[in-house]
Ligand binder design. Structure first.
Ligand SMILES: Nc1ncnc2c1ncn2[C@@H]1O[C@H](COP(=O)(O)OP(=O)(O)OP(=O)(O)O)[C@@H](O)[C@H]1O
Length: 435
């Protein structure tokens, strides 16, 4: 009866909405009443506000009478999910979750462009039956919130059950660790490590392209986890079928669960994101300024954040109030020739000028600390302020490997949180850059 109800609902509502929101509910039918259980408040509210009327109408149509519908929160069973394999080895394997607590569902702003991805992520994080939405694949271009959602899923899983063994990993790190494991002849430990998690979050799977050995190992780990009903959540910068150099068996396996797109944000979402981020970094912008920026920058959320940091840096420096005129003046270049002014080449020049080192040294091989730190700063800014990928930046820094850039990015990201002097350096370089 419920299945008939779902099928009928699929004819009156978008099918993906039924799949994401209504199908995962637990259902109990008793005589003339029905209880629907959701795994968290957000889903419960969504059902109440968006779908309850439809559900009642369809039930009436099918049964010929009014059916009482009760909505309830599901009791989540917090028993850790372990496999015999884990039990045997868990004492020796240390797994760091690498979760960033700053990225949560609470501070992820919903808009038309990400509603499905957000719903699927929430379901995956809170579903009591792991097979729902498993594996989950989130795909979309750069700077749209895929990594944010991965961390939010991991943080939510840990919040609901601290005993879950969650692990976030960028695909590049997986590849690097595997290369090291091969060199050190410690492949068994490497395999065990990732097979003993209860939720594996793998970012930017397109980096596996043409890395056959890593793909093969990941494929087996992936199967192992799915068979053991462990969550696997993956992101990719496009639909994986379009990634050249990914093995077809892996592509097909990725399609076993649910694949959800994340698109560039619409205007209203951009404004909402700007306001939220401005509050977060304590920069005071009016509605007028938020609307102005949202109109100018319309693709990438990382760019919106870059614009805010630039404004903040300038306003701090000049002690001026951020009104529309000032915003236009400061961000003029950023808007007009976003990709010409804020190019990797200009970032390199500005950084070299600020630290008083030669451009050739910055791009050269020197391992002196006085050169390495400026180089890492320039790499960090290149990733923050341009849409170049890690390999592309590596190439522009004297043909370096993308892992060097990734390392520099992470290192600077950590240091900037701890050292206020370094943040000031960063702001001053941005000033030189857009002067
Ligand atoms: N809907 C959103 N609400 C709030 N912040 C968001 C949202 N979407 C993205 N962001 C923010 O934008 C920035 C870039 O997002 P994120 O790193 O998740 O992008 P991505 O899609 O993983 O990009 P890449 O593929 O380049 O790694 C982050 O600081 C993130 O917090």
């Amino acid at each position: 009866m419920w299945e008939n109800c779902l099928k009928r609902l699929e004819t009156v509502l978008p099918k993906d909405q039924v799949t994401l929101w209504i199908r995962p509910l637990d259902v109990e039918l008793v005589n003339d009443s029905i209880t629907l259980e959701a795994s968290n408040d957000i889903i419960l509210n969504k059902i109440r506000t968006h779908f309850l009327t439809y559900i009642k109408a369809v039930l009436k149509e099918l049964t010929g009478k009014e059916v009482a519908v009760e909505l309830k929160l599901k009791q989540i069973n917090h028993q850790p999910q372990t496999t015999p394999f884990v039990k045997k080895k868990s004492t020796t394997i240390k797994i760091t979750d690498h979760l960033d607590p700053r990225f949560t569902f609470a501070n992820f702003i919903e808009g038309r462009s990400n509603t499905i991805a957000l719903a699927a992520s929430l379901q995956t994080a809170t579903a009591s039956r792991v097979e729902e939405n498993n594996p989950l694949l989130i795909y979309g271009s750069t700077g749209l919130g895929k990594t944010h959602l991965l961390h939010a899923i991991g943080n939510e899983i840990k919040k609901n059950n601290p005993k879950e063994v969650v692990c976030y990993l960028h695909s590049e790190i997986y590849v690097n660790q595997m290369v090291k494991a091969i060199q050190q002849k410690s492949m068994d430990a490497f395999k065990q490590k990732y097979r003993s998690v209860t939720a594996l979050l793998i970012d930017d799977i397109q980096f596996f392209a043409r890395k056959e050995r890593s793909q093969e190992e990941f494929f087996h780990t992936f199967n192992y986890l799915l068979e053991g009903q462990k969550r696997v959540i993956i992101t990719c910068d496009r639909y994986p079928k379009e990634v050249n150099g990914l093995e077809s068996r892996l592509k097909s396996r990725l399609g076993w669960g649910i694949s959800v797109p994340i698109d560039p944000p619409d205007y209203e979402t951009r404004v909402a994101i700007l306001k939220e981020k401005a509050a977060l970094i304590q920069v005071d912008i009016s509605d007028e300024v938020a609307h102005f920026i949202a109109k100018q920058l319309n693709s990438n959320i990382r760019e919106l954040e870059g614009a805010l940091s630039t404004l903040k840096a300038h306003a701090n420096f000049t002690r001026k109030k951020i009104d529309l005129k000032y915003t236009k003046q400061i961000l003029k270049e950023l808007f007009k020739v976003n990709h010409q002014i804020v190019s990797v080449e200009n970032i390199q020049k500005s950084t070299a000028q600020y630290y008083n080192v030669k451009l050739s040294e910055l791009l050269g091989k020197s391992r002196k600390r006085s050169i390495v730190r400026p180089r890492q700063m320039a790499m960090f800014l290149s990733k923050e302020l341009t849409d170049k990928s890690y390999p592309e930046i590596g190439e522009l820094f004297g043909g370096r490997d993308h892992t060097t850039v990734l390392h520099a990015y992470r290192k600077m990201n950590d240091l900037l949180k701890q050292e206020s002097e370094l943040s000031e350096d960063k702001q001053k370089i941005v000033n030189i850059l857009i002067e």
